[in-house]
Design a protein around this ligand. Structure first.
Ligand SMILES: *[C@@H]1O[C@H](CO)[C@@H](O)[C@H](O)[C@H]1NC(C)=O
Length: 294
């Protein structure tokens, strides 16, 4: 499956410009909330990068208590000085998200970085006609609902200038011939990306980014190999790329990319060189129809 090539260079592991050791990228004293961070997932890998970089507090939200506790133990192994909170919730349930946000505001405090991986839910692959109704909708809805519930419940509890990063997938733009039986998942990703364009425009005080994180050997990768014939030897990226790219996105250096759809595999040095182009062109790396902007 071809992957986006907006920059000439394609990154697959961390590099100097996104190295959290750069003082400009410091996350010291900051608070991260992450949803969908069970052990072995992308969310857990990204949380690990923030903890490695010295973030002060992490709130981990997910469906299964034992998994959250394992993620917490893993993060504390990286840095025993980090404070990790866990909370069981369902990102697709309004009341559950409301309760979690309220709890987090009083127990953890306001957030600086919110990583939404909750939409990273894998379907039972099926054609639209052959799909099982409830499973199909659950796959479609989780991502979309999570954005609306985040906006209503968590967003008001952010610090000024906070950064919201949402995990999307370049499969949103893959032709159905290239990824059959994945309509619920890919259509949901595209819908979620559109919601986040609105989110960014409606809330200019929040730094909003939608990203394709790269390809990683997570449980989802294994499922795609098993159920979709995704080639087992597909090239994958080093998790340090997604983690440190997200850390770079939290710094003011990425301000000119707010509200755009990015890939962690894009070369940040090239993006920085093209800053003037972004400032002039509101359609660059946003959802367009054949490059037009309506
Ligand atoms: C991933 O990147 C990290 C940081 O550069 C490095 O230490 C590690 O060896 C890499 N892992 C693989 C499998 O290449």
């Amino acid at each position: 499956m071809p992957h986006p090539r907006f920059t000439a260079k394609k990154r697959s592991t961390t590099y100097a410009t996104i190295d959290p050791a750069r003082p400009e990228l410091s996350v010291k004293g900051k608070t991260l909330y992450v949803t969908g961070a069970s052990p072995g997932t992308l969310g857990a890998g990204i949380a690990a990068a923030f903890v490695t970089a010295g973030i002060a507090k992490v709130g981990v939200f997910g469906r299964t208590k034992s998994k959250l506790q394992q993620t917490k133990a893993d993060l504390l192994k990286i840095n025993p000085d980090v404070t990790v909170f866990t909370h069981v919730f369902d990102a697709g349930d309004a009341e559950s998200v409301g309760v979690a946000a309220h709890w987090a505001r009083s127990e953890i405090g306001a957030w600086d970085v919110f990583i939404n991986c909750a939409a990273f839910h894998s379907p039972n692959p099926a054609t639209i006609q052959g799909s099982e109704e409830d499973d199909w909708w659950k796959t479609f809805e989780l991502g979309v609902r999570s954005v609306q519930y985040f906006t209503k419940s968590f967003m008001p509890k952010a610090r000024p200038g906070a950064t919201y990063i949402s995990m999307n997938s370049d499969t949103a733009f893959t032709r159905p011939e290239g990824l059959p039986k994945m309509a619920a998942y890919t259509a949901s990703k595209l819908a979620t990306a559109k919601l986040e364009e609105y989110l960014s425009v409606e809330n200019p005080g929040m730094r909003t980014f939608t990203i394709h994180p790269g390809v990683y050997r997570t449980g989802m990768f294994d499922q795609w190999v098993r159920d979709l014939g995704y080639p087992e030897d597909s090239p994958s990226d080093n998790l340090s790329l997604a983690g440190n790219f997200c850390i770079w996105l939290t710094s003011p250096e990425s301000d000119f990319l707010k509200g755009r759809y990015l890939a962690a595999t894009f070369d940040v040095d090239e993006l920085l060189e093209r800053k003037a182009e972004f400032e002039k062109d509101p359609k660059l790396l946003r959802i367009t129809w054949a490059g037009t902007y309506l």
